[in-house]
Design a protein around this ligand. Structure first.
Ligand code: SF4
Length: 592
């Protein structure tokens, strides 16, 4: 019998993307945290547990020694929805297999990879269960497998799910592992689990395989946040659930009291948190229980941070596709849910919530700009939670009209003056165990060309004007993390749920954060200049990025430096104070 106290365990995070769970950097999913906690609970000391992301292993070959030498290798990963990612690249099946080959000790893989693996991580594919040469594939909870395997002296385990007490303990005890994540502490966001499973049965979805929704008590989540916060985490997303509004209820109807205990508790134990976002909300809950939902949405908007997204899985606005795939919400119902969320949460810090949805041109903002207001007192931020719309293609019954139905739905939302924070359009992955496994990916493959065209049209016709409404010129995005250079510009994102990609003129040092004011809009990204912009220091590229400032005005601004006040800047077409924040407008010379 191997003494757990002597075991060395390596966790490799190949990243996860599931319908209701995300773990590609800067996110860390629950899997490595809960698994680390389960190992500690089984007697493995924290010092015996090493955690690496797949990107670390790609970048530093010497870290493969930790894979080779460990008594136990646990691979955690699996993509059950396709996506493209900036912060990390999920492990490809061949890399996962290589880990098993390199490992001298016992090897186990788990997480959503148990639902299946394709040829590569992409949409329009059929996924099959494969063990990729590991000793064990955990078909239940990988954290329970890790725990039981250690208790058995690495002999084996029965597939099972963890129970509520185990979850409480493992979540709290596993918090230490975040300190080993390469993004810790500044650029790391922890995905928080509030429930698994779903009351509905959409044809393509793997979430119902977790059973009926099973809610974690608020105290359990709050204790985990407390432990993570003690380990330096400042960014959280309540994202591991199919429907945040159903939290703590009977499985379908909202329970605002549970939401208040959850959100209030998180704020209490982590008063210094910088991001508190969520992910999924089911529009059918919003329209079926509108008053309770409005109350729940108000509670969320009161406690969360701006720029949040309540992702709505409409999937298709075509009634024929809805019918053929057990989709639970119609286009009309989803439209009504979008309206309700806009009315309750479509306001920005500094706005009067009663005026929601606000389009970023409020009195508060104008007054603040006029008085040289600082970033903290102006309604120049992104709104509180707004709906995101998820559309899925390649489903049973998809036809030419489906594409038109979807476009019409999005146009209707825009024309009604409402906002959505994000439109996510994907092609289906067909998993064994879901209804879509019969039809497979054939429809998605047949419609691939049409899909590409339609996606481009939506980006041009809907996304861009929507982005202008959501984040008008002058909107301030605090703490943009600078991630890469391209074409003489620096690109970065805030931490949070589906953050906007921000391009900033010039090549700035990467790995730092910068407050940015929006000056222009792409389809799914914005251009920004540093905020507050110092008129005595701004580059020509930054000045000309501001709408209304051409190269001749920018040249005048540079030549006539220095300026004691923002009002003295010669920019006849532009209210320069929009970008200068607290810089003096009409007072005496700046002390600097
Ligand atoms: S509502 Fe449908 S898509 Fe959403 S989690 Fe439930 S089964 Fe999956």
């Amino acid at each position: 019998m191997i003494d757990p106290a002597d075991l060395s365990v390596t966790l490799v995070d190949g990243y996860v993307d599931e319908p209701a769970h995300f773990g590609v950097p800067p996110y860390i999913s629950t899997y490595p945290r809960f698994t680390a906690g389960a190992l500690v609970d089984a007697g493995v000391p924290e010092a015996g547990i090493t955690y690496h992301t797949i990107d670390e292993l790609r970048d530093e070959r010497r870290k493969w020694a930790d894979v080779a030498d460990a008594d136990l290798l646990l691979y955690l990963g699996g993509m059950t929805v396709p996506g493209s990612y900036v912060g990390g690249t999920p492990a490809e099946p061949e890399e996962v297999r290589e880990l098993a080959w390199v490992a001298d000790g016992v090897s186990v893989m788990g997480g959503p990879i148990r639902f299946g693996v394709g040829e590569e991580n992409a949409g329009a594919q059929e996924m099959q269960r494969r063990d990729l040469d590991y000793d064990f594939l955990a078909m239940g909870d990988v954290e329970a497998a890790a725990h039981d395997l250690v208790e058995s002296g690495l002999e084996g385990f029965e597939d099972r799910y963890r129970d509520v007490d185990e979850l409480d303990r493992w979540a709290e005890r596993g918090a230490f592992v975040v300190e080993q994540h390469p993004n810790h502490p500044e650029y790391l966001i922890c995905e928080l689990e509030t429930s698994r499973g779903c009351a509905y049965r959409c044809s393509f979805c793997t979430e119902p395989m977790y059973g009926e929704p099973d809610f974690r008590p608020p105290e359990s989540v709050v204790d985990e946040v407390d432990a993570l916060s003690d380990r330096g985490v400042r960014h959280f997303r309540v994202g591991r659930q199919a429907d945040i509004l159903a939290y703590g209820g009977d499985g379908e109807a909202p329970n605002p009291d549970a939401l208040r205990r959850l959100y209030g508790g998180i704020r209490e134990v982590a008063p210094d948190l910088e991001t508190l976002h969520l992910d999924n909300m089911n529009p059918i809950t919003v329209v079926t229980w509108p008053e309770k939902s409005r109350e729940g949405i108000r509670i969320i908007a009161e406690h969360n941070t701006p720029g949040d997204t309540a992702a709505f899985g409409l999937e298709s606005a075509d009634p024929a596709v809805q019918e053929a795939n057990n989709l639970n919400v119609t286009a009309d119902e989803c439209f009504e849910a979008v309206r309700i969320v806009n009315e309750e949460a479509g306001w920005r810090p500094g706005d009067d919530p009663a005026e929601a949805p606000t389009h970023g041109d409020s009195e508060a903002r104008r007054a603040s700009n006029a008085s040289g207001g600082t970033a903290s007192d102006a309604a120049n931020r992104l709104p509180k939670p707004l709906p995101g719309i998820k559309l899925l293609h390649g489903l049973n019954g998809e036809r030419t009209e489906t594409f038109e139905h979807n476009k019409q739905f999005l146009r209707r939302v825009y024309d009604a003056g409402l906002m959505v924070r994000r439109i996510n359009i994907r092609q289906v992955m067909a998993f064994e165990g879901t209804e879509m496994s019969e039809a497979g990916a054939d429809i998605a493959i047949d419609h691939k060309e049409r899909f590409k065209r339609y996606k481009r049209e939506i980006r041009e016709e809907i996304d861009r004007p929507m982005l202008r409404r959501l984040a008008p010129v002058g909107t301030v995005l605090p703490d943009v993390h600078l991630e890469y250079h391209e074409g003489g510009r620096t690109f970065g994102r805030q931490l949070g749920t589906y953050p906007l990609l921000v391009g900033i003129p010039g090549e700035r040092e990467l790995g730092r954060t910068l407050d940015v004011a929006v000056v222009d809009h792409g389809y799914r990204s914005v251009t920004g200049v540093p905020y507050p912009l110092d008129p005595n220091d701004a580059s020509m590229d930054e000045l000309t990025a501001i709408p209304g400032i051409g190269s001749s005005t920018a040249g005048d601004i540079v030549v006539n430096r220095p300026y004691d006040t923002a009002a003295a800047v010669p920019s006849p077409e532009v209210d320069f104070t929009t970008f200068t924040g607290g810089y003096p407008t009409d007072t005496q010379p700046n002390a600097d």
